[in-house]
Design a binder for this molecule. Structure first.
Ligand SMILES: NC(=O)c1ccc[n+]([C@@H]2O[C@H](COP(=O)([O-])OP(=O)(O)OC[C@H]3O[C@@H](n4cnc5c(N)ncnc54)[C@H](OP(=O)(O)O)[C@@H]3O)[C@@H](O)[C@H]2O)c1
Length: 301
C-alpha cells in the first residue's frame, strides 16, 4: 500500500511518516511536493504520486496569526482539503484528515463527542471546521480525526517551551482553567498505524465510525497540570532547572489574540468502539516523551 503523508516536516506528519513506514510504503510530501496554497495544482500532483491512501495532517496551524490571515487559513485548511477529498473520492482512495478540539466553543465540562455540534471561537477553528465539511461533502471514504494539545519530544511545542522557560526563569505563570488531553505525536501515530494495519477494508472501517473520530490521550489535565508534570518529570530524570514556582492563572490573565476553548475534553468511546483503540493516559505519554528528551540530551553530552 502506498500512503501519501502530507506536511511531513510538521509534528504529526513527521511522526506519522516514520511510524507508517513500518507497515506500508510512505510517500512523504512536504510543502514543495504539495503546496496547499495552490489547490489548483493538487490534482495533477496527486495523479503523479498515485497514493492508495492519503493522510493529511498538513495545515495552517498559527492559531493567533489566523485572526489576521483568514483567507490564507481557509485556503489551506478548507479549500485545499476539499480538493484532496474530491480527488480521492473520484478514485475511491480513502482519506484521513486531521482536525482539532478548537472546532468546539469549550462550554461546560462534559467531554465532547462526535455528534456534538461544533461552534468555533476562532478563525483557525472555523477554518478547520470548514475543512471537515469540505472533506465530508466530497462523499468519498474518509476519516476525520480530531485531536488536541499535540506535542512531542522535539520541535516547537508546549513541552519544549516549558523546558526552556524552566531552565531560564524562577517563576512560570501557566493557564489553569483550560482542560484537555496533552497528546503526544507518538500516541497519534500509533493509533493511525493500528487503524491501517487492522482494517482489511479501510473504507468500511471509516464508514463504521461515520467518518469522524476523537483521538487524544486518555484522562485530562490543565496546561498548569501539564507544565507541573513536565517540570517534575524532568527533575526526576536528573535535569537541572531554575524554576521554583509554577503559578496557576486564569485564561483572562494571559490574553491571546484568538480565544481558546476552556473545555477541550474528548469523549473517546467511538475510538474504542469502532477501532478497539484505547490510548495511553497523557501522563504515560508524557513520560515516554521525557525519556526521549533525556536520552537525546544525555547522548549530546
Ligand atoms: N498542534 C496541536 O496542538 C493540534 C491540536 C489539534 C489538532 N491539530 C491538527 O493536527 C494537524 C497537524 O498539526 P501539527 O501540530 O503537526 O502542525 P505543524 O507542526 O504546524 O505542521 C503543519 C504542517 O503543515 C505544513 N503546511 C503548512 N502550510 C502548508 C501549505 N500551504 N502547503 C503544504 N503544507 C503546509 C507545514 O509545512 P512547513 O513545515 O513547510 O511549515 C507543516 O509541515 C493539523 O491539522 C492541526 O490542525 C493540531
Amino acid at each position: 500500500m502506498r500512503i501519501l503523508v502530507t506536511g511531513v516536516n510538521g509534528q504529526i506528519g513527521s511522526a506519522l511518516s516514520s511510524r507508517l513506514a513500518k507497515v506500508a510504503t510512505v510517500v512523504a510530501a512536504d510543502r514543495a511536493a504539495l503546496d496547499l496554497t495552490r489547490p489548483e495544482e493538487l490534482p495533477q500532483r496527486l495523479d503523479g504520486l498515485s497514493p492508495d491512501l492519503i493522510v493529511n495532517p498538513a495545515a495552517y496551524t498559527a492559531v493567533d496569526r489566523a485572526e489576521d490571515e483568514r483567507e490564507l487559513a481557509f485556503l489551506v485548511n478548507a479549500e485545499a482539503p476539499g480538493v484532496l477529498a474530491r480527488w480521492a473520492a473520484a478514485r475511491g482512495v480513502p482519506l484521513v484528515h486531521f482536525s482539532t478540539d478548537y472546532v468546539f466553543d469549550g462550554r461546560g465540562s462534559r467531554p465532547w463527542n462526535e455528534t456534538d455540534s461544533a461552534s468555533p471561537l476562532s478563525v483557525y477553528g472555523a477554518s478547520k471546521l470548514a475543512g471537515e465539511i469540505a472533506v465530508r461533502a466530497a462523499g468519498g471514504p474518509h476519516l476525520i480525526i480530531r485531536t488536541s494539545w499535540v506535542y512531542a519530544a522535539f520541535g516547537g511545542n508546549f513541552l519544549r517551551t516549558i523546558m526552556r522557560l524552566a531552565e531560564e526563569r524562577q517563576e512560570l505563570r501557566i493557564v489553569a482553567d483550560q482542560v484537555g488531553a496533552p497528546t503526544s505525536t507518538a500516541i497519534i501515530a500509533e493509533a493511525v498505524a493500528a487503524m491501517v494495519a487492522q482494517a482489511a477494508d479501510l473504507a468500511a472501517a471509516f464508514a463504521d465510525a461515520d467518518g469522524l473520530v476523537h483521538l487524544a490521550a486518555s484522562e485530562t489535565t490543565s496546561w498548569h497540570g501539564f507544565a507541573t508534570a513536565i517540570v517534575d518529570g524532568l527533575r526526576a530524570r536528573g535535569v537541572s532547572l531554575s524554576v521554583e514556582r509554577l503559578v496557576p492563572i486564569a485564561s483572562a490573565e494571559y490574553p491571546m489574540k484568538a480565544p481558546r476553548p476552556l473545555n477541550s475534553r474528548f469523549d473517546l468511546s467511538r475510538l474504542s468502539q469502532a477501532f478497539s483503540i484505547v490510548p495511553p493516559s497523557w501522563i504515560d505519554g508524557l513520560n515516554a516523551e521525557l525519556d526521549r528528551v533525556v536520552e537525546t540530551v544525555g547522548a549530546a553530552r
